[in-house]
Design a protein around this ligand. Structure first.
Ligand code: CP
Length: 315
């Protein structure tokens, strides 16, 4: 799947279900396009790109809460000239019991060509891709995948670490087991040449050492030593993640990040977090707001990444 790399500004796939479907060449080209569209948008120079999706309708179907992903997909669709329709699940016939597939077919029959779907059930976007004619962009399915988060994280890291992730070490700290972000990030970052170290309570990192280019660290210091960048994850209490960790206070004592602990990583290593943050639990508010923090840049890059994906898939 090297359509982008060979100059055709499309993907051969109709859907984005996870980043593991993308070759390294596709990933690199998508990150390049994301950065370009972000910069053009910032400087008001999108030009012809503003018409790229004219006549195209993108449905936003978020069965789980979202701020960053939903807003940035909506803005991205509009910037490219598409009509964005927010399904507003809470105010839709979903609460009358309409099934996921019936809801998606209804969206398709109203004229939408693409759906951006977030769902608590892992695999829901795959089901919709098989059962409807919609193009499906996975905006997060259960604990399985969050491909556009991985793309925006890769754009952010690549720029922060000198333009390439080859040979870089990225530490991912926290609730890896329940994190769709971590899974998609591991796929994308290792394909781009990075090594991953995961650290967290044993139940939250068990089994990840079997993934290629992933090492499990026994403690926070061991996870951070030698890291070029550090990503800390949200403790996902809504996915019953709390059972593995005794208490939040205990988690923070062992795995919480502050400026002093970040100094265990390589000098100047930046800190990332997919958001929303539980400040005072995964990291301190001071660290989140510090110069080492790329959290704001991740959000900004999310619009560019989603513009790139919409542009490549829906063109
Ligand atoms: N990172 C992320 O998916 O954030 P939202 O839940 O706000 O979309």
């Amino acid at each position: 799947m090297t359509a982008v790399a060979t100059g055709r500004q499309t993907w051969t796939s109709r859907h984005l279900l996870d980043v593991d479907q993308l070759s390294r060449a596709d990933l690199e080209a998508t990150l390049d396009l994301a950065a370009k569209l972000r910069d053009q948008r910032t400087s008001g120079e999108l030009g012809e790109a503003r018409k790229r999706l004219t006549g195209h309708t993108v449905g936003l179907a978020f069965y789980e809460a979202s701020t960053r992903t939903r807003v940035s997909f909506e803005l991205a669709a509009r910037e490219l000239g598409a009509t964005a329709v927010d399904l507003s699940v809470v105010g839709s016939s979903v609460i009358k019991g309409e099934s996921l597939i019936d809801t998606m077919l209804t969206l398709e029959r109203t004229g939408a060509q693409t759906v951006v779907l977030r769902h608590a059930m892992a695999g829901a976007p795959y089901l919709v891709a098989r059962s409807t004619g919609l193009r499906v962009l996975n905006a997060g399915d259960g604990a399985h995948a969050h491909p556009t988060q991985a793309l925006l994280d890769a754009v952010t890291l690549r720029e922060a670490l000198g333009g390439s992730l080859d040979g870089k070490t990225i530490a991912i700290i926290g609730d890896v087991a329940h994190s769709r972000v971590a899974r998609s990030d591991i796929h994308a970052l290792t394909r781009l040449g990075a090594r991953i170290v995961v650290g967290g309570p044993p139940a939250w990192v068990a089994g990840f050492g079997a993934w290629p280019a992933v090492r499990v660290a026994p403690g926070l210091r061991e996870a951070l030593e030698g890291a070029d960048a550090v990503m800390t994850l949200r403790v996902q209490l809504e996915r019953a993640a709390g059972g593995a960790i005794g208490s939040l206070r205990e988690y923070t004592r062992s795995w919480g990040l502050d400026e002093e602990r970040l100094s265990w990583a390589k000098p100047g290593a930046p800190i990332l977090h997919p958001g929303p943050t539980n400040e005072g639990i995964e990291l301190t508010a001071e660290l989140a707001a510090s110069e080492r923090s790329l959290i704001g840049r991740q959000v900004t890059n999310g619009v560019g990444a989603r513009m790139a994906v919409l542009s490549l898939l829906a063109a």
